[in-house]
Every structure is written in C-alpha cells, then in structure tokens.
Write a protein that binds this ligand. Structure first.
Ligand code: FAD
Length: 291
C-alpha cells in the first residue's frame, strides 16, 4: 500500500519499524523472524535502510521486494544519493516500479567510509531535496524524508536550516517526514511548532530509539548529533555493563517518551529496531490505550 494512502486513511497513530539489510545468513534469518513477530503489533509499514555509508546498497531491493511478496506488510525502501548518478537512480527506480515497490524514503546519505565529507557523485545529487524532486519525475512513488529536531550535524545555521530544508522537501514532493531519534521530547515539540510556523503541513513522525546497549547509543549519538540528556546518563551509566538491566530501563524510558508524544498528538512512532523486535513489541504493548 502507498504511504500517502496509509497516512490519509489512518484513524489512529501509526507504528512503523526500520530495519537494516543484514550481512550474514544468520542475520537474514533473524530479520524474517523479527518481521513475523512484529505482525502481532500490526506495523503500518516496514522501512529498510540503504547501505549507510554506501555499503550493502544492493540488498535493500531484495529485502523490500521479499517483504512485499511474502509478508503482506507494506515496505518502504530507503534510497540515498551516495555514489549514484541520475542514470543509476533512474535504473534502480525502474526496477522498483517493476517490482511494485511504491514507497521511498529519500535521503542524501553520509560520506562513505574513508571519506570525511559527502560529495555528490558525477551527475548525481547533493541534497535530499534534489533527490525528492527527481523522484517525483520517476513515477507515482510515495515519498518520505528525514528531518532533525536537534539539527543535522552539518547544518551550519542550526535547526533553522533543517526547518527550511524540510519545507523544501515538502514543496518538492515529500508526503511525510521521519525524525532522527531524540530523547528530549521538548526538542521535538519546539521543532514541530517552528515547522508549523514555516508552513510545513506533512506529518512529522518521531523516530524512537529504544536503548538496548547504552555504550552503542552513545557512539551512534556522537555520530548523528542526537543529544543524550543528563538524566539518561545518570540512570544508564551505573548499569551500562548489565545489558538486561539496560534493556529493561530502555523500554521503560521509551514507553514514557512515546506516551508523552502520543498524548501531544504525534501522528505515529517510527522505531529504529536495530533488527530486533522484542523492545518495539514490549513498548507498543504498553501503549495500547493510545494506539
Ligand atoms: C529517518 C532516517 C533514515 C535514514 N536512513 C538512512 C539510510 O537508509 N541510509 C543512509 O546512508 N543514511 C540514512 N540516514 C542518515 C542520513 O543519510 C544522514 O543523516 C545524512 O547525513 C543526511 O541525509 P538527509 O537526507 O537528511 O540530507 P539532507 O536533507 O540533504 O541534508 C544534508 C545536509 O545538507 C543541508 N541541506 C539540505 N538541503 C539543502 C539544500 N537544498 N541546500 C543546501 N543545504 C542543504 C542540511 O542542512 C544538512 O546539513 C537516515 C536518517 C534518518 C533521520
């Protein structure tokens, strides 16, 4: 089903789940098991990342196609500008059209490993805004985009830049936006208010990262610019060696965060699952009164 239809027909907030293409057979088996388990919480769509840093790009298409053909779930394929000319992108999009894949999460992407900054490929695009405009010329895709309530790490003008570019993504054809994960809901609420003032009307779905391994989340957050609030450090640091305790607290904190977001009319919750299903299911099952 197309993302635009899923969104317009929704009469309650939607749950969506993000996976990355596994690199091993065991990882692949785990992915299909997770998707099977997630059926119990009825996700509106499953999104599959596109080779962060330019790796594993080829696997996204195989996975979204199999999700569509074998699971009955609606897939969303992430797509970046990394290493691709317009022609390369047009070729891949033709393959998606032929496979009946209708939803794309359009991104610029990050610099591939070994490069210190993103550079557009020859004949390629420099920004997600351009990729979104191009996508609109390539068929009837429904398009999601990324946005950053705490600012993208490269945004020289801070969050104000991200608000301006989100409006541009909407104007170029994005149907909805998914945020980078954050732990401080006030940052999201401030961002949402500011985007409204700037004329953004598409749904902005908060990205939720259940903490399962605190040291890993600290590393991720340093790279992607998400702030870990002092209260989270205080609670997680003393238990960080005990993964079971971290996971339990991670779920408790995510339930609290999601509850507050839903009570403040968030249009949905997008879970960064890191290819695990248990935390997402546990969180969702503690929010049944709101979903
Ligand atoms: C929901 C979500 C999913 C993601 N999935 C993937 C994935 O599958 N694969 C992957 O490799 N990475 C993924 N990422 C990470 C993403 O690729 C990086 O954050 C990347 O650095 C920026 O991508 P973007 O599409 O947000 O870029 P853009 O929106 O293009 O922004 C990049 C930078 O350029 C600036 N900018 C934006 N538009 C313009 C413009 N028109 N003119 C001038 N400056 C501009 C912005 O302020 C920002 O600093 C994801 C991120 C999120 C939030």
């Amino acid at each position: 089903m197309k993302l635009s239809e899923i969104l317009s027909q929704a009469d309650k907030p939607l749950i969506s789940c993000e996976f990355f293409p596994p690199k091993t057979d065991k990882g692949e088996e785990n992915l299909w098991n997770c998707l099977d388990e997630l059926r119990s919480i009825d996700p509106a769509y499953i999104s599959v990342t596109y080779g962060a840093g330019g790796t594993t790009q080829g696997r996204t298409k195989g996975i979204v196609t199999r999700i569509k053909e074998e699971t009955g779930l609606s897939p969303v394929a992430h797509l970046t500008c990394v290493g691709a000319s317009k022609g390369d992108l047009a070729e891949l999009l033709a393959e998606y059209r032929a496979a009946g894949i209708q939803n794309i999460l359009a991104l610029r992407g990050d610099a591939p490993e070994g490069m210190d900054r993103f550079e557009a490929a020859d004949g390629g695009f420099s920004y997600a805004t351009d990729l979104i405009a191009f996508l609109r010329t390539q068929g009837d895709f429904s398009i999601a985009c990324a946005t950053y309530p705490e600012g993208h790490p490269e945004s020289k003008g801070g969050v104000a830049d991200d608000i301006r570019y989100l409006k541009m993504k909407q104007d170029n054809g994005a149907d909805c936006a998914v945020t980078q994960y954050f732990f401080d809901n006030d940052a999201f609420f401030r961002f949402r208010d500011a985007t409204e003032k700037a004329g953004v009307t598409i749904p902005i779905v908060p990205g939720i990262m259940p903490v399962g391994n605190f040291e890993q989340i600290v590393r991720f957050s340093n790279m992607c610019g998400a702030t870990i609030p002092a209260w989270m450090h205080e609670q997680m640091e003393p238990i960080k060696g005990d993964l079971k305790a971290v996971q339990a607290l991670g779920i408790e904190l995510a339930v609290k965060q999601c509850r507050e977001l839903l009570e403040a009319d968030a249009p949905g919750l997008h879970f960064y699952t890191l290819n695990k299903s248990a935390a997402t299911i546990a969180i969702r099952n503690q929010l049944v009164d709101l979903l």
